[in-house]
Design a protein around this ligand. Structure first.
Ligand SMILES: O=C(O)CCC(=O)C(=O)O
Length: 176
């Protein structure tokens, strides 16, 4: 049995997340609007063999900076950043586990938040009533290691808000 609290790393004040950064990303990222529930964008190293490799752009300087700041915490440098833009409280992400076979072993998914606050919910697949909520303020970091993905799912539920949030989700993809 996994003790989820000791596996997840959560820092509510990991970095300065000024409104300007949120506004900059809203304005300057070429958002993929193909999903109804949220907008997305891909940066850095694609999955090996990805048919969508052409959609990946180089890191913006701010992504480079943030991935460097994560190194002392994570012990590795991320080479991939997937952005989710939740335009308002109706925008959400349903329950899911992240696919991890493209990730370097002993890594995980580090999520940085800018913009409005949202809740990160996590639940055990086998016992869905066993759940926890983390409040993702702007500037927060939540890190889930690969080792919890099989047993646990997570979600970003709808909230009542007309403000948006962007998550910058950092990964270290295998390169060969
Ligand atoms: O926006 C978030 O914080 C959640 C991101 C997420 O669940 C994911 O990338 O799998």
């Amino acid at each position: 049995m996994i003790d989820i609290k000791t596996k997840i790393l959560f820092d509510q004040d990991f970095f300065e997340a000024p409104v300007e950064l949120f506004d900059f990303l809203v304005e300057n990222v070429k958002w993929d609007n193909s999903m109804r529930a949220r907008k997305t964008a891909r940066f850095g190293q694609p999955n090996i063999g990805s048919e969508q490799a052409h959609l990946y752009e180089p890191f913006f300087p701010v992504m480079e900076e943030l991935s460097e700041r994560l190194v002392p915490v994570l012990g590795y440098k991320s080479n991939n950043c997937f952005l989710n833009y939740y335009e308002n409280g109706n925008s959400k992400m349903g329950w899911h586990g992240d696919s991890t076979h493209f990730l370097e072993p002993e890594t995980g998914i580090a999520i940085l938040s800018v913009g409005d606050t949202r809740i990160f919910q996590i639940r055990r697949k086998a016992v869905p009533t066993e759940s926890l909520n983390y409040v993702l303020n702007p500037g927060s970091l939540i890190f889930s290691p690969i080792s919890i993905q099989e047993e646990w799912q997570h979600a970003i539920p709808k909230v009542v808000s007309d403000k948006g949030r962007i998550s910058l989700t950092f990964r270290k993809m295998k390169t060969g």
